[in-house]
Design a binder for this molecule. Structure first.
Ligand code: FES
Length: 188
């Protein structure tokens, strides 16, 4: 069984995980049916990526489109595929939530200096909204600015990749198989 098959099996298992555990929200969506609220991912037309082990899938971040300006949310599929969505004055955007140093999942910060860090969500859940505009990697301490993905503190030096995002009702769909410019925004 390859990793995609494992993920598809996980997605099927995740169909009952809405709002389960740790107070998080599920990231929604059934494979092939982006309007359903069952699992976290659906297939993407994007090709394979050589960035960490990120699977090229469309990740549904439930309620992502309800973020207020300045807020961010993290949607987790598993420990190798996770995304951050945010909203600023120009609209919505998405970043990888996988640290570019050694591929750990980062945490959202609730203030710019990362004095307050949100807990990691469980599989198929999301964390946030957060208001910090930064993310912290618990593995070796790197810090990232979410608006453009820049690494503010090492050891990471490479920005978090930017992914294509679309609005689906109150949710955001993030395509981890389609990288875009860090300055791209989807009007809210
Ligand atoms: S994996 Fe994130 S700082 Fe090392």
């Amino acid at each position: 069984m390859n990793r995609r098959q494992l993920l598809q099996g996980f997605a099927a298992l995740c169909s009952g995980c809405a709002g389960a555990g740790r107070g998080g929200r599920d990231t929604g969506g059934t494979a092939g049916d982006t309007a359903d609220s069952g699992s976290c991912t659906s297939p993407t037309a994007g090709g394979p990526t050589d960035y960490c082990l990120i699977e090229p899938v469309v990740v549904r971040v439930r309620d992502g489109a309800t973020l207020a300006e300045g807020q961010t949310m993290l949607g987790l599929v598993d420990d190798t595929t996770a995304v951050i969505v945010g909203r600023d004055g120009s609209g919505f955007f998405a970043r990888s939530a996988i640290c570019t140093h050694a591929c750990c999942v980062v945490n959202l910060c609730d203030d710019d200096a990362c004095g307050s860090i949100l807990s990691s969500p469980g599989p198929c859940e999301s964390a946030g909204p957060a208001s910090g505009g930064t993310a912290f990697c618990p593995c070796h301490g790197s810090m990232f600015r979410i608006s453009d993905g820049a690494a503010l503190n090492g050891p990471a030096t490479t920005p978090l990749p930017a992914y294509a995002v679309t609005i689906d009702g109150s949710d955001l769909l993030v395509d981890t198989g389609l990288q875009v410019s860090p300055s791209d925004r989807v009007p809210s």
